[in-house]
Write a protein that binds this ligand. Structure first.
Ligand code: PMP
Length: 528
């Protein structure tokens, strides 16, 4: 009897019912959400899912609520499209300042605002492609001009064609010395036309998550989300994170994907052909701490390997901080903690403080393409309400020299210590505790070999994490979910205001859960 199930998400609604997650939350404050039980009483639930990581400041933070109310009470102009959006301007300036402070970047960043994380990723993808297309066009024009110069020089008798030119791969078999300069240049033109038709390539990491829109879903590693739509979108090559440390991995990709144009040179009265690299890789995307893929943090060395690769092949580095940024890992940018600097950043989730839907794509000012803001826009982007709330969020994060960041780090350490204690007690149940700041993953051991059919079945279908989520909500009143693509990793993403009592509550609940899993006492899991 749920209209959500009837009219919105028929399949998900049934899954929620099956797992006992079929509640409607009415109120929320800090790390607590409330739903009603059968008697109509409000039931408080400790929320460790934190709006898929969008609540670093918790639910309905009083300062943010007051700020939002003041905007509404003042009839603040919200939809002031086609005017100077100074509220967005102030937010853009604040974001640029924070990024420069944390990364010591010399130049400012220009912001493009959107409504969701995937939208920010797509804005970065489009912008990077615009830069690439520009470079390709310049190169193609230059090569075409050189070809004409060579043609004229030969026609005037000022230059002769080097015999080697006809042996050049791309020309050999298409033209012979008897075809003269016109034949040579026709072959060169055919090769170059084919090269210019190469579809742009994006590089991303295995286990990555960058969104689910038509373009961004191809950058998301999980084949379940991506495969049905692969004919629609972006061409992507996935690189294993563990292999980034080996220089040959990225070198091999650069070599495999190398596409060249044939350029014509006249040197010492001879026409020669030389290869010029065509920029085919639009961008390398990465999350400094992978979220949906199971909470995996990139190391300083891995980050450096990607940065050097991008510099060498002249491709853009897009750092997706949609989930890891805004204080989640103990700094505004998780990438700044490993000394990694991006050409682009994408931000969303906690940027809206849990009240506004907003995302931002930041790009280095010297890379910014002036026409981008003329050709990329969205009705709701840059609205004054969301921009103002987000600026307040940035202010709160940056206050007192980054008190919130320090708090996240301290709370994260405390929470991690508790989880590590549990792992030491239950190494047969908990495989690993991973993450940074308050972006933590608890990896459970695979239950594929369990005697209990419930556990084995859960492991087999990848649903074990969901089953455990249902149990924790029903029995422990704790809201927790597995990561989007790794079902045996529980994600723990509370707000910066997590208390010691809340940590101890989680300890008690997880201890009971560990005992259930150790003794395969699975009736508890499935029987309310
Ligand atoms: N990038 C990352 C790193 C994310 O974690 C997510 C959302 N989980 C997205 C992009 C997409 O954001 P949205 O769901 O707002 O489109």
């Amino acid at each position: 009897m749920s209209q959500f199930t009837d009219y919105v998400q028929p399949r998900m609604g049934r899954v929620f019912t099956a797992l006992g997650l079929d509640v409607e939350y009415e109120r929320a404050e800090g790390n607590t959400m409330y739903h009603r039980d059968e008697r109509g009483e409000l039931v408080p639930v400790l929320d460790l899912m934190g709006g898929y990581g969008s609540l670093i400041l918790g639910h309905n933070h009083p300062e943010l609520v007051a700020h939002a109310k003041a905007l509404l009470d003042g009839n603040r102009a919200v939809h002031a499209q086609f005017s100077l959006r100074e509220e967005a301007g102030r937010l853009g300036a604040a974001l640029s300042d924070v990024v420069r402070r944390e990364t010591s970047a010399k130049e400012p960043y220009v912001a493009t605002f959107g409504n969701s994380g995937a939208e920010a990723v797509e804005a970065a993808v489009k912008h990077a492609e615009l830069v690439r297309v520009r470079r390709v066009t310049e190169l193609a024009d230059e090569v075409a001009a050189h070809a004409e110069e060579a043609r004229q020089a030969v026609r005037r008798g000022e230059a002769r064609i080097d015999a080697d030119a006809f042996q050049q791969p791309g020309v050999r078999g298409r033209a012979t010395p008897a075809d003269g300069i016109d034949g040579l240049l026709a072959a060169v033109g055919a090769h170059n036309t084919a090269a210019l038709a190469t579809r742009p390539l994006f590089l991303a990491l295995e286990r990555s998550f960058h969104g689910k829109l038509v373009g961004s879903v191809q950058l998301t590693y999980n084949a379940g989300f991506r495969a049905p739509f692969q004919n629609l979108g972006t061409r992507v090559r996935f690189v294993p994170m563990d292999e980034l440390g080996r220089p040959e991995t990225l070198e091999r990709i650069a070599e495999d994907e190398r596409v060249t144009l044939l350029d014509t040179e006249v040197v010492d009265d001879r026409v020669r052909l030389v290869e010029r690299d065509l920029p085919v890789v639009t961008a390398f995307l990465l999350e400094p701490v992978q979220g949906e893929g199971g909470i995996h943090a990139l190391t300083t060395e891995q980050g450096r390997a990607v940065r050097l690769f991008c510099n060498r092949v002249g491709t853009a580095l897009i750092i997706d901080e949609v989930q890891s940024g805004m204080g989640r890992c103990g700094a505004f940018l998780a990438s700044s903690l490993i000394g990694l600097r991006g050409d682009y950043y994408t931000l969303s989730k906690s940027l809206g403080g849990g009240l506004a839907k907003i995302s931002a794509m930041l790009v280095r000012k010297s890379l910014y393409q002036g026409e981008f803001d003329l050709i990329h826009s969205s009705t709701f982007a840059m609205d004054d309400f969301s921009s103002s709330v987000a600026r307040k969020v940035v202010e709160m994060l940056e206050a007192d020299d980054g008190r919130v960041y320090r708090q996240v780090t301290e709370r994260g350490e405390r929470l991690t210590r508790m989880l590590e204690d549990l792992r030491a007690q239950y190494p047969d149940v908990i495989e690993e505790v991973r993450g940074k700041g308050l972006f933590i993953g608890l990896q459970l051991r695979d239950q594929g070999e369990a005697r209990s059919m419930v556990l084995r079945g859960g492991a087999y279908t990848g649903a074990l994490g969901y089953l455990l989520s249902g149990y924790l909500l029903r029995e422990e009143r704790i809201r927790i979910a597995p990561t989007g693509s790794a079902g045996n990793v529980l994600r723990i993403q509370p707000s910066a205001y997590l208390t010691d009592e809340e940590i101890e509550r989680l300890r008690g609940a997880l201890e009971r859960l560990c005992r259930i899993l150790r003794y395969e006492d699975t009736l508890h899991l499935v029987h309310p």
